[in-house]
Design a protein around this ligand. Sequence first.
Ligand code: IDP
Ligand code: MG
Length: 138
Amino acid sequence: MSKERTLVLVKPDGVRRGLVGEVISRIETKGYEITAMRMLNADRSILEKHYEEHNGKPFFEPLLEFMSSGPIVAMVAEGERVIEGFRTMAGVTDPTVAAPGSIRGDLARDQGTKVVQNIVHGSDSVASAEREIKIFFS
Ligand code: IDP
Ligand code: MG
Protein backbone atom coordinates (compact mmCIF):
# COMPACT_ATOMS: atom_id res chain seq x y z
CA MET A 1 0.00 0.00 0.00
CA SER A 2 1.41 3.39 -0.98
CA LYS A 3 -1.17 5.57 0.76
CA GLU A 4 0.72 8.24 2.65
CA ARG A 5 0.23 11.36 4.79
CA THR A 6 2.19 14.57 4.44
CA LEU A 7 2.41 17.79 6.42
CA VAL A 8 1.64 20.91 4.40
CA LEU A 9 2.19 24.37 5.85
CA VAL A 10 0.99 27.59 4.28
CA LYS A 11 3.75 29.92 5.45
CA PRO A 12 3.16 33.50 6.70
CA ASP A 13 3.71 34.97 3.22
CA GLY A 14 0.98 32.73 1.82
CA VAL A 15 -1.47 33.62 4.59
CA ARG A 16 -0.66 37.37 4.32
CA ARG A 17 -1.29 37.31 0.60
CA GLY A 18 -4.60 35.47 0.94
CA LEU A 19 -3.39 32.30 -0.77
CA VAL A 20 -4.67 29.72 1.74
CA GLY A 21 -7.69 28.96 -0.42
CA GLU A 22 -5.56 28.67 -3.55
CA VAL A 23 -3.26 26.13 -1.88
CA ILE A 24 -6.18 24.12 -0.48
CA SER A 25 -7.88 24.22 -3.86
CA ARG A 26 -4.80 22.90 -5.66
CA ILE A 27 -4.43 20.02 -3.17
CA GLU A 28 -8.10 19.08 -3.46
CA THR A 29 -8.24 19.52 -7.23
CA LYS A 30 -5.25 17.21 -7.57
CA GLY A 31 -7.34 14.62 -5.70
CA TYR A 32 -5.65 14.45 -2.30
CA GLU A 33 -7.74 14.47 0.84
CA ILE A 34 -7.18 17.06 3.57
CA THR A 35 -7.81 15.24 6.84
CA ALA A 36 -6.69 17.82 9.42
CA MET A 37 -6.17 21.58 9.42
CA ARG A 38 -5.42 24.36 11.89
CA MET A 39 -4.30 27.98 11.85
CA LEU A 40 -1.70 28.96 14.43
CA ASN A 41 0.99 31.41 15.37
CA ALA A 42 4.01 29.12 15.53
CA ASP A 43 6.34 29.86 18.43
CA ARG A 44 10.06 29.36 18.46
CA SER A 45 10.05 25.96 20.15
CA ILE A 46 7.68 24.41 17.61
CA LEU A 47 9.69 25.88 14.72
CA GLU A 48 13.02 24.75 16.15
CA LYS A 49 11.66 21.21 16.24
CA HIS A 50 10.11 21.40 12.80
CA TYR A 51 13.27 22.78 11.17
CA GLU A 52 15.84 20.95 13.35
CA GLU A 53 17.75 19.68 10.27
CA HIS A 54 18.57 23.31 9.39
CA ASN A 55 19.82 24.35 12.85
CA GLY A 56 23.23 26.00 12.43
CA LYS A 57 22.75 27.03 8.80
CA PRO A 58 23.04 30.76 7.97
CA PHE A 59 19.35 31.03 7.09
CA PHE A 60 18.14 29.27 10.28
CA GLU A 61 17.48 32.41 12.37
CA PRO A 62 15.88 34.34 9.47
CA LEU A 63 13.78 31.23 8.79
CA LEU A 64 12.48 31.08 12.37
CA GLU A 65 11.84 34.83 12.36
CA PHE A 66 9.96 34.63 9.07
CA MET A 67 7.92 31.58 10.10
CA SER A 68 6.84 33.33 13.31
CA SER A 69 6.07 36.65 11.59
CA GLY A 70 2.36 35.87 11.22
CA PRO A 71 -0.16 33.06 11.29
CA ILE A 72 0.44 29.85 9.36
CA VAL A 73 -1.97 27.11 8.31
CA ALA A 74 -0.96 23.51 9.00
CA MET A 75 -2.71 20.62 7.29
CA VAL A 76 -2.40 16.92 6.73
CA ALA A 77 -2.97 15.73 3.16
CA GLU A 78 -3.46 12.07 2.36
CA GLY A 79 -3.29 9.92 -0.72
CA GLU A 80 -1.15 7.52 -2.69
CA ARG A 81 2.39 8.99 -2.99
CA VAL A 82 1.17 12.33 -1.64
CA ILE A 83 4.63 13.16 -0.20
CA GLU A 84 6.27 13.16 -3.62
CA GLY A 85 3.10 14.49 -5.24
CA PHE A 86 2.85 17.55 -3.04
CA ARG A 87 6.61 18.28 -3.37
CA THR A 88 6.09 18.26 -7.15
CA MET A 89 3.08 20.56 -6.82
CA ALA A 90 5.09 22.93 -4.57
CA GLY A 91 8.07 23.14 -6.94
CA VAL A 92 11.71 23.55 -5.98
CA THR A 93 12.77 25.68 -3.00
CA ASP A 94 13.85 28.75 -5.00
CA PRO A 95 10.72 30.36 -6.46
CA THR A 96 12.72 32.13 -9.16
CA VAL A 97 13.44 28.80 -10.83
CA ALA A 98 10.44 26.78 -9.63
CA ALA A 99 8.55 25.51 -12.66
CA PRO A 100 5.56 27.50 -13.86
CA GLY A 101 2.50 25.47 -12.89
CA SER A 102 3.90 24.77 -9.43
CA ILE A 103 2.72 26.67 -6.34
CA ARG A 104 6.11 28.32 -5.84
CA GLY A 105 6.60 28.86 -9.56
CA ASP A 106 3.21 30.48 -10.02
CA LEU A 107 2.72 32.36 -6.76
CA ALA A 108 6.13 33.36 -5.36
CA ARG A 109 9.27 35.21 -6.36
CA ASP A 110 12.55 36.34 -4.79
CA GLN A 111 11.78 39.16 -2.38
CA GLY A 112 15.44 39.95 -1.67
CA THR A 113 15.13 38.61 1.90
CA LYS A 114 17.68 36.56 3.86
CA VAL A 115 15.35 33.60 3.87
CA VAL A 116 13.54 32.35 0.80
CA GLN A 117 9.81 33.07 1.08
CA ASN A 118 8.05 30.38 -0.88
CA ILE A 119 4.43 30.05 0.29
CA VAL A 120 4.40 26.40 1.35
CA HIS A 121 6.20 23.63 3.18
CA GLY A 122 5.79 19.95 2.31
CA SER A 123 7.38 16.97 4.08
CA ASP A 124 10.17 15.28 2.12
CA SER A 125 9.94 11.63 3.28
CA VAL A 126 7.70 9.22 5.19
CA ALA A 127 9.87 9.62 8.29
CA SER A 128 9.80 13.45 8.11
CA ALA A 129 6.06 13.46 7.50
CA GLU A 130 5.31 11.35 10.57
CA ARG A 131 7.72 13.41 12.69
CA GLU A 132 6.34 16.76 11.46
CA ILE A 133 2.66 15.78 11.73
CA LYS A 134 3.25 14.92 15.41
CA ILE A 135 4.71 18.39 15.99
CA PHE A 136 1.64 20.21 14.64
CA PHE A 137 -1.12 17.71 15.48
CA SER A 138 -0.36 16.02 18.80
P1 IDP B 1 12.13 22.92 1.14
O1 IDP B 1 11.14 23.82 1.85
O2 IDP B 1 12.02 23.06 -0.35
O3 IDP B 1 12.07 21.49 1.62
P2 IDP B 1 14.56 23.19 2.71
O4 IDP B 1 15.93 22.98 2.17
O5 IDP B 1 14.01 22.13 3.62
O6 IDP B 1 13.59 23.47 1.48
O7 IDP B 1 14.59 24.58 3.50
C1 IDP B 1 13.54 24.97 4.35
C2 IDP B 1 13.18 26.40 4.03
O8 IDP B 1 14.27 27.25 4.37
C3 IDP B 1 12.92 26.69 2.55
O9 IDP B 1 11.61 26.38 2.13
C4 IDP B 1 13.20 28.15 2.47
O10 IDP B 1 12.13 28.92 3.01
C5 IDP B 1 14.40 28.29 3.40
N1 IDP B 1 15.71 28.10 2.71
C6 IDP B 1 16.25 26.93 2.30
N2 IDP B 1 17.46 27.10 1.73
C7 IDP B 1 17.72 28.42 1.82
C8 IDP B 1 18.84 29.22 1.41
O11 IDP B 1 19.84 28.74 0.87
N3 IDP B 1 18.73 30.57 1.63
C9 IDP B 1 17.66 31.13 2.24
N4 IDP B 1 16.58 30.40 2.65
C10 IDP B 1 16.60 29.07 2.44
MG1 MG C 1 12.50 20.75 3.56
